[in-house]
Structures are given as structure tokens and as C-alpha cells.
Ligand binder design. Structure first.
Ligand code: UDP
Length: 365
């Protein structure tokens, strides 16, 4: 009998496993996929670490979390600075002075502010009733039409007028010439890929891949004293209150016979007519100089059984439903729930690690 059965070899499960084994506990980590690392899995293609389940850029302001990941992997100094393509126009993201200067041919923050404020005033929007009104009220017409509308509608699969305002609570406008997408203190990409980082965390645990949780516990219900479950919480309880919604993503990955395809790791396509939201050129995350390059086009999709869930859809309806599952989960003293799917939260990687360390602090008090 193991001390812990950890379901899911992603970041939450791996951090928990590391903390447990360090305290002398025995862990069995299972995953139904044929690899560890969950959705941060990276795979070598043409000598390039390919982010198989979408681009992952590590960023945090949590110093303890930053020091923690640096114990298990070396990070480079990559800074995310995506570019957005709208028809034949190209803009820097996030919305900053480079964006505004290109859009309106202006130079100073005062000029940019004057244009944005005039556009907002002209629209005369009261209390925003949907995402479109909320965005327009925050950034004005030009930025909304060119850089937000199409992208958001593709990502969520519905019209901005049918999306709730609270999804875009705060769209930062930056009145400096600064293309760093994140505001965090620390940022980088593991030089040898995320899979290595997770493998390091899992040292000392037993790992079984291609292993389904339900099958395992059906045959061996006594396999562990306690379970750490990082899969979909609604699935764990057989969808007894009904299904939670998730968004999924589909990737088309291609090897190209050229050294440098788009000159940047992330290029967003913000017009609605182009079906994908972005193209990732993986080598640029690690400043690669290989002869070939690998790109992935990202197509958002509704989640349905049989495809991978990526994003919890944290609207009011789903959050209320999740609360019911959470209450049920609290009656199960033998199971801990963690990660994006177990906690139904749109966590970034640093928040996953923080959540895992907090759960461990409680568990190993
Ligand atoms: N967004 C946008 N235009 C862009 C990029 C992002 O309007 O070019 C908005 C959009 O509403 C999206 C949100 O910002 O849902 C978050 O997007 P991001 O790509 O930062 O999130 P990720 O999918 O990488 O977690």
C-alpha cells in the first residue's frame, strides 16, 4: 500500500509527489497518457522543444515559487512579447505605446490617451452589459475592433455581445514603450524543456503511464491510504450534478524547411476570418538556431468527451456548479483535489505550484 496515489502526472501532481517523497512518503503517480508533464509536456522535434499542448511561458512574482522551480531546472531569460496581425497590419502586444504609435501615427502618452478617451466618450456606454461594451469602455473602438473582438470571439466560440462583461475585468493599457506581455518580476523558459523539469520533480516516485484511474482502483481499491486527484472534478463524481464546461484547443504542427518563419515565438491573428488564434514558432522560446523550424497553429474548440480539456469556463453558472462539487469533495477526507481541472480554476503555472505547496503545507503540518 502506498501512502499516496497521485492521479495525473502534471505540475500539481509532480510538486505534490516531490514534497511527499521528501518527507519519506511513498507515492504512486499514474497518468492515462503515455507521457508525464500533463499539458506542459514538451517534446523534441528537429532538436526543438515543442510545446505540444500550447505555449507555456513561466512567469511569476512569487519569489518562493521562482526559487522552487529553479531548483529543478535552469531557466533562460525569455521575455514574452507577442505580435498581433490584423489583416495587413502588425501590432505589438500588450497594448502599449508601440501599439498606439503604429495605430495612430502618434508619439507621446498624452496623444495616445487623448485619442482613447475621445473614443470612449463618443461611445457613451453606461453600465456595461456584455464583454463588448466592457471592452469598448476600457480601450475605445480601434483597439477593440482590431485587437480584441475577433480573437476573443474565436477563443470563446461566441459573439462578444453574448459573453459576460466580467471576463474582461481589466484590460491593461500601458503608456510606455514596453512589449513585455507580463507584469511579473520573474520570467523564463526551462532551457531543457518542461518535461525534464517534471521528471526531476517525480524522482523518488513510482510512475505508471497509460493507466486509467477507474480501472486501477476497481482492481485495487486499497492501493493507497490517500488519493491526490488532478483530473476533472465533475468526472470524479460521475457528473452527478451535471457537467462543467471546458474549452479545448487543437493544434496543427508542422516542420518547415526554413530557419526562421515568423521572427517571434508568438504571433496572434486577431481577425475573425482566420480560423486559428495564433501561430507558435517553438524555437524562439529558447533562441534556437537549428536549420529547420517547427510551428503550431492553434484552433480553439468546445470541449467534448474524448478531447483534452484545457480551460475551465469560469462563468457564474459553472462556478456555482463547481461549488457543489467542491462541497462534495470536502466530505471525502481520503481525497485531495488539485490543479486546473481538480480545482476548476484558470491557473497559470506559478499558481498551480503555489496551490500545491499550500496543500502540502496543510497535509504535512
Ligand atoms: N486577448 C485579445 N487579443 C489578443 C490576445 C488576448 O483580445 O491578441 C484577450 C482575449 O479576450 C483572451 C484573453 O485576452 O481571451 C487572454 O488571452 P491570452 O492569450 O493572454 O491567454 P492564454 O490563452 O495564453 O492563457
Amino acid at each position: 500500500m502506498y501512502d499516496y496515489l497521485i492521479v495525473g502526472a502534471g505540475l500539481f501532481g509532480a510538486v505534490f509527489a516531490r514534497e511527499a517523497t521528501q518527507r519519506g512518503k511513498t507515492c504512486l503517480v499514474i497518468d492515462r497518457r503515455d507521457h508525464v508533464a500533463g499539458n506542459i509536456y514538451t517534446k523534441e522535434i528537429e532538436g526543438i522543444a515543442v510545446h505540444v499542448y500550447g505555449a507555456h511561458i513561466f512567469h511569476t512574482s512569487d519569489r518562493e515559487v521562482w526559487e522552487y522551480v529553479n531548483r529543478f531546472a535552469e531557466f533562460n531569460n525569455y521575455v514574452n512579447a507577442p505580435v498581433a496581425v490584423y489583416r495587413d497590419e502588425l501590432y505589438n502586444l500588450p497594448f502599449n505605446m508601440n501599439t498606439f504609435s503604429k495605430m495612430w501615427g502618434i508619439r507621446t502618452p498624452a496623444e495616445a490617451k487623448a485619442i482613447i478617451e475621445a473614443q470612449i466618450r463618443e461611445l457613451n456606454i453606461g453600465e456595461p452589459k456584455n464583454l463588448e461594451e466592457q471592452a469598448l469602455k476600457l480601450v475605445g473602438r480601434d483597439v477593440y475592433e482590431k485587437l480584441i473582438r475577433g480573437y476573443t470571439e474565436k477563443q470563446w466560440g461566441r459573439d462578444c455581445k453574448d459573453l459576460p462583461a466580467f471576463i474582461i475585468k481589466r484590460l491593461p493599457l500601458r503608456f510606455r514603450y514596453d512589449n513585455n506581455y507580463f507584469n511579473d518580476r520573474y520570467q523564463g523558459i526551462p532551457v531543457e524543456g518542461y518535461t525534464k523539469l517534471v521528471e526531476k520533480l517525480l524522482e523518488g516516485s513510482e510512475v505508471r503511464l497509460n493507466t486509467d484511474y477507474a480501472d486501477l482502483v476497481k482492481n485495487q481499491p486499497q492501493i493507497a491510504r490517500k488519493t491526490v486527484y488532478t483530473g476533472m472534478i465533475d468526472a470524479f463524481f460521475d457528473f452527478c450534478y451535471g457537467p462543467l464546461e471546458y474549452r479545448s484547443v487543437r493544434f496543427e504542427t508542422e516542420v518547415l524547411e526554413e530557419e526562421n518563419h515568423q521572427g517571434n515565438a508568438v504571433v496572434n491573428y486577431t481577425e475573425r476570418e482566420i480560423p486559428y488564434t495564433r501561430i507558435i514558432e517553438h524555437k524562439h522560446f529558447t533562441f534556437g538556431t537549428q536549420e529547420k523550424t517547427v510551428i503550431s497553429r492553434e484552433y480553439p474548440a468546445e470541449w467534448k468527451p474524448g478531447v483534452e480539456p484545457y480551460y475551465p469556463v469560469n462563468n457564474e453558472k459553472n462556478n456555482a456548479l463547481y461549488e457543489k462539487y467542491r462541497a462534495l469533495a470536502q466530505t471525502r477526507k481520503d481525497v485531495l483535489f488539485g490543479g486546473r481541472l481538480g480545482m476548476y480554476r484558470y491557473f497559470d503555472m506559478d499558481k498551480v505550484i503555489r496551490a500545491a505547496l499550500d496543500v502540502c503545507a496543510e497535509e504535512f503540518r
